[in-house]
Ligand binder design. Structure first.
Ligand code: ADP
Length: 501
């Protein structure tokens, strides 16, 4: 625990499907860890409740110990009747990255929930697994006699806990907590049949109305469905999302069918920009980098750039007395990230006299592998790496002159902020959190359309600036590195909201 910075101490429990580095798939894991660490450092009592995924690396846990076993109520159908039984669950505690953890493990002789080699392993029914986890988390608080001030939920996976809390646990003794839900991405709203909800031990029928959790898109269909995220929005005391612009976009049409619900609950809906973990992402202390660098010593950055170019088999323009910017894109290869724009920017960068490196994985792996092995094989100015590598991502951020983020939508986005901290200049589509963090010709280059011509406008201006205005570029690099993207301000906003409850 840190010293009490705020003069008061809140007890906050996060219920989440991800936590970096223990169980990270995307930004959710980073955000939960960054926020929890920042609040812990200010002296608050923060705990993260996480599924005990079979794939968790126990080597990342300190003070790891078994605490006790308890029964989690669990509903099922028997002879056409709704019955409630239970699933034995083991509680383990540990610390990870200095944060207190509670890991809940279902009895694997009874089910295969959370088993498998990956976090979202696909070998069990995810809806059922996270409904169980919501019930298990609340039941854990009840049986251990806890009354935290705040239960902080994340995404559709833990939204049902808001519904279960206000319809059941709050009436049965777990009375103190107030519920905060953070939406990190509206791509998935947690569709669920009312019968499926029954696995929580509570019938889903009571939530099957437009005012509660009914998914309006399914009205008139047989069967109609619930949306767990909608239930979370309706039942939570406060709902947040990860940037002010995404909060506006999602409640004014771009949130799809949930926009109406978010607009209705506008007064409790807030956009708070994510921070980045400034210990994990610090070029002066980065454990992955053989050479540190900082604003007062940029030589390390240029050394790393040379090292990365040589390691990836790219030509070294410095040796030839040329100025060629290194454009880097680190991303999941999914439609949200603007795959057609990423593909287009490879040849555009080369045409404009730059070099391009991609580190990405996802749905479009096959396409990019094909490009890597055919169109750009042994290319002196292009390297396309299809895969996921934390270590390589650190090297690439350090080496980058430009980070490209051409997302179609982007709730917050972390790579533009990490890139800036490592002395790169972002080229981004002006949407969601990208619009909140990158201002055209102030700290980067932005474009609006989703077509290739719009991207070209910003990418070409960036490359031109790098090539012809070296001192302007260096000023940009230095001021980007000095910008404060840490969790300090964002954590304060969350604490203000917690306190308001
Ligand atoms: P999202 O959560 O939508 O994937 P964010 O920008 O919020 O996007 O967060 C992505 C995080 O995952 C960043 O920390 C980024 O560096 C990392 N990342 C994405 N793709 C890769 C990859 N292929 N290899 C290593 N890290 C990656």
């Amino acid at each position: 625990q840190g010293t009490k910075v705020d003069g008061f101490q809140l007890e906050v429990v996060h219920l989440t499907a991800e936590m970096a580095p223990l169980a990270k798939v995307g930004g959710l894991g980073d955000v939960v860890t960054g926020l929890a660490r920042s609040c812990t450092a200010r002296g608050h009592n923060v705990e993260i409740i996480l599924p005990f995924y079979e794939c968790i690396d126990e080597g990342l846990l300190d003070d790891f110990k078994f605490e006790f076993e308890y029964d989690v109520p669990r509903g099922y159908e028997w002879d056409g009747q709704f019955q409630v039984g239970s699933l034995k669950t083991q509680v383990y505690t540990a610390t990870c990255e200095g944060i207190k953890m509670v890991l809940l493990r279902p009895d694997w002789s009874e089910c295969n929930i959370f088993k498998g080699g990956r976090v979202y392993a696909g070998s069990y029914n995810e809806t059922e697994a996270y409904l169980y986890f919501c019930r298990a988390g609340l039941e854990f608080l009840k049986v251990s006699g806890r009354q935290p001030d705040i239960v902080h939920l994340h995404e559709w996976q833990t939204s049902a806990a808001a519904m279960l809390y206000w319809e059941k646990y709050n009436k049965e003794g777990l009375h103190k907590p107030r519920i905060v839900l953070t939406i990190h991405n509206m791509d998935n709203t947690g569709e669920c049949r009312a019968e499926e909800f029954g696995v929580t031990g509570m019938s889903g029928d009571m939530f099957n109305t437009v005012e509660k959790a009914l998914d309006e898109r399914t009205i008139g269909h047989n069967p109609e469905r619930l949306s767990l995220l909608k239930g979370g929005v309706v039942y939570s005391n406060v709902v947040t999302t990860v940037s002010p612009t995404y909060a506006i976009e999602t409640s004014t049409g771009q949130g799809g069918w949930l926009s109406g619900t978010l607009a209705e609950y506008q007064s409790k809906y807030h956009g708070i920009l994510n921070g980045i973990d400034d210990v994990m992402w610090d070029p002066a202390r980065d454990l992955y980098l053989p050479v540190p660098f900082s604003t007062s010593n940029l030589k390390g950055k240029y050394f790393l750039q040379k090292y990365v170019r040589s390691g990836l088999g790219l030509a070294d323009p410095v040796q030839r007395g040329e100025r060629k910017p290194l454009v880097v894109c680190i991303t999941r290869l999914v439609p949200q990230k603007g795959i057609h724009l990423i593909r287009h920017s490879i040849s555009k960068t080369v045409e404009q006299g730059g070099q391009f490196v991609l580190l990405g994985s996802g749905h479009a792996d096959g396409d990019f592998r094909h490009l890597a092995e055919h169109d750009f094989k042994d290319h002196p100015d292009v390297k396309l790496i299809v895969g996921y590598s934390e270590a390589l991502s650190h090297f690439l951020f350090a080496a980058a002159d430009v980070v490209l983020v051409p997302s179609i939508f982007e709730p917050c986005g972390l790579t533009q902020m990490v890139g800036m901290r490592y002395g790169a200049v972002p080229v981004v589509r002006r949407t969601g959190g990208l619009a909140d963090t990158v201002k055209d010709e102030e700290n980067g280059f932005t474009f609006d359309g989703t077509d290739e011509g719009s991207l070209d406008g910003a990418l070409c201006r960036a490359i031109e600036c790098y090539k012809t205005r070296a001192s302007v570029w260096e000023d940009l690099v230095v001021s980007n590195m000095k910008t404060d993207f840490s969790w300090t301000q964002s954590a304060q906003r969350y604490l203000d909201l917690y306190l308001s409850l």
